[in-house]
Design a protein around this ligand. Sequence first.
Ligand SMILES: [Zn+2]
Ligand SMILES: [Zn+2]
Length: 143
Amino acid sequence: MSISEGAVLHGGCLCGDVRYVMQGPSLFISQCCCKDCQKATGTGHTTIIGIHKDQLTVEGKPATYTNYGDTGGSVTRHFCGNCAGRLYTSGDAPGDHIMIQAGSLDDPAQIAPESVIYVKDSLAWDKFDPALPQFEALPPRDL
Ligand SMILES: [Zn+2]
Ligand SMILES: [Zn+2]
């Protein structure tokens, strides 16, 4: 269930210090099972909504942490410095995209993942919908 053109969704962290507004359309919505997402969230996967960075407006100042993904590009995770709630990820590849953490939406039930990525790192106890397209690592660039 993607986000349509013209849709406006609100979200923020647990304590409310950082709030954001994102506009549709979504470029992709994926469940990412990579090991970095497991470590960053303390869960089996994260669900991300890809948008262009000009579709996001942030109020408040998130803290950030940058490391490097398996393709060598930087990955910067934005989160609340007070409550540690994860908000979105930006990075080099490609640099004009933002990946919103779907669970930070005020109403995460508005979306649903359309694909599963980094299946090679997925955990047996973290189930996903077998009907979704699956990719061993990143999907082809145009997805
Ligand atoms: Zn917070
Ligand atoms: Zn990941």
